[in-house]
Design a protein around this ligand. Sequence first.
Ligand code: PMP
Length: 430
Amino acid sequence: EAAEEVERRNRIFAAAQERYYEHPPQIQRGWRHHLVDTTGRAYIDMVNNVAGLGHGHPKIAAVANRQLRTLATNSRFLFRELAEYSEALLALMPEDSDLDTVLLVNSGSEAVDLAIRLAQAATGRRTVIALREAYHGWTMASDAVTTSAYDNPFALATRPDWVHVADVPNRFRGTYRGEGTTAPYLADLADDIEDLQRDDREVAAFLCESILGNAGGVLLPEGYLAGAYAQVRAAGGLCIADEVQVGFGRMGSSFWGFEQSGVIPDIVTIAKPMGNGFPIGGVITSKRIADALATQGQFFSSAGGSTLSCAVGLAVLDAMVEDDLQRNARDIGARLADGLRGLAARHPLIGVVHGEGLYLGVELVRDRESMEPAATEAAAICERLRELGVIVLTTSERSNVLKIKPPLCLTAQSADHVVAMLDRVLSEGW
Ligand code: PMP
C-alpha cells in the first residue's frame, strides 16, 4: 500500500516537492507529540515544530470550528479578534522596544517577503544581507535570501543583485572554526558593508535567524548578533530577525530567539507555530517602518488576519500559557540535551550537540577533528529510528545533523526514550 501511495504521489507531484524517507509512513492522525500511521503504529514526533502545542489540541479544534461557523472573513472589517490578537502578539515583545505594529499574513515565506519589502520601503534602499546556510522560504524574495546549498543550490549562482550573502558565523566549521571569538566574523561583515557602500549598494536590511536553524540549531557566537546589528544600523540599515522557526517559546529560557543575544530587531517575522497547524504568519515592526508601506499603496491579504486566524491565534497563545509550554521547552530541552551530550561521550559519530530548549541538532561526523559530515550515516540512522518508532530527520546543507524540534509538549518519558533509542541505534556500529 505504501509503495502505491509513493507511486501516486510521484505521478501527481512535482519532482522538487520534498518527501521524507525512502518509504514514508502513511500518517493518519496525531495526538500531542505522537503521530499514528494507517496501520495503527505510533511514532514519537521529534520534528514537527508547527504543532507547537502538540497535534490535535482539542481547544484549538473547538475554537476553529466555532469561528468557521460564526464568521470567517477578511481583515477589512472591524472585528474585536483582530485587535485583540495583534495586541496579544505585541505584548510578547520586549517592553523597551518600539515593536508596536502587526501585519498578519499566512506563512513564514510571506512574512519574510513582507519584511524585506518593508525594510526596502522604509530605507529607500534595496540591498539585503543574508547569511550563508539559511532557509527563509519559497516565495520569490524569501527564496532569493535562502542561501542553503541544499534548499537552493541554483540561487547561489543566480542570486538577484539586491541580495548580498555574508559568511555564516558557524564556529564549528569554516575559516574561523574553533577560534572561540566573534571578532573575525564581525570584521568580515564590516568589510562586506564597506564594499557594498563603495558599489552604491546601500544596505536596507540584515536578515538572519537568531540561532542558525537550518544549519542544525547552531548557536551564534556570543556577541555576534549585537555586533552585527550595531554595524548595520550605523550604516543606516534595518535588522530583521526571522523567528519563524526558533520563536514562540521554543528556546525555553526566552520566548524569542533574539532575546538569547540581548538584541532588539527592527522587524520580526513569525509563523509556523502561531496557528498550531492552521496557517498564520506575521510581521511585527515599528509604526514608522510599517507606515512606509503606504507609499506603495494598500496592503491586504484575503486570509491573513481573518476572523478565523485571529481566533485560532489567540487560542494558541492562551493554550501555550495554560499548558506552560515555554517552561516545558526549557526543562525537557535541558534534559534531552543532557541525554544527547551523554551519548556524545560514548559515540564518536556525534561531533557536537547544538541548540537550546527544544531546538536541538545532533551533528554526525566521521571524524571530530576534520568534522567530515556523516550524511549517509545520518540518513540510515533516521530510517532505523523510524523502525523503532521515532521520527527524526536530517538538516543542514551537509544533511548530517539530526534535527530535534518536537512539539513543545514533549514529556520527560518520551525524551528519555528517544535518547535510549538513539543510543541503541548508534551502538549497532557505523
Ligand atoms: N523562515 C524560516 C527560518 C523557516 O524555517 C521557514 C520554514 N521552514 C520559513 C521562513 C518559511 O515558512 P513557510 O514554510 O511557512 O512559508
